[in-house]
Ligand binder design. Structure first.
Ligand code: THU
Length: 132
């Protein structure tokens, strides 16, 4: 676990816009050259337009030109650590590959995975081979 990156994810979590679920999430995505992009979840009254903290961080990074990633930290205050949702796993796999994923709860819980453990047998560009 990286304390500085975790602190950045926790600080981002404080900005979460989560009036409907009350469930605040922060993420910090580090590039291979040491830049850090943070995100928080942003909810909407239509619910389905909600964006997760991980995706906010990823969109910020990609839109600033970042392409190579070292790790992500995801912070909540839950009784169990919070792994990324299925949609975020798919997007992280596409843009970050087999990323180390650090899960932290402010209650003092930590878990680490590689993304391939969280998304085995992914659908990705390899799946399109021979189809064009
Ligand atoms: N959420 C995230 O931001 N990241 C996750 O890894 C899981 C879920 C958000 C979406 C929604 O705003 C709230 O948490 C409850 O699902």
């Amino acid at each position: 676990m990286n304390p500085e990156l975790t602190a950045k994810a926790a600080a981002a979590r404080a900005n979460a816009v989560a009036p409907y679920s009350g469930f605040k999430v922060g993420a910090a995505l580090e590039t291979k050259d040491g830049r850090v992009y943070t995100g928080c979840n942003i909810e909407n009254v239509s619910y389905g337009l909600t964006v997760c903290a991980e995706r906010v961080a990823l969109w910020k990074a990609l839109s600033e030109g970042a392409r190579e990633f070292r790790q992500i930290v995801i912070v909540t205050d839950a009784a169990v650590v919070t792994p990324p949702c299925g949609a975020c796993r798919q997007l992280l796999w596409e843009y970050c590959g087999n990323l180390p994923v650090h899960l932290h709860s402010l209650r003092g819980l930590d878990q680490e995975y590689r993304l391939a453990e969280l998304l085995p047998h992914p659908f990705d560009s390899d799946s399109l081979i021979n189809n064009h």
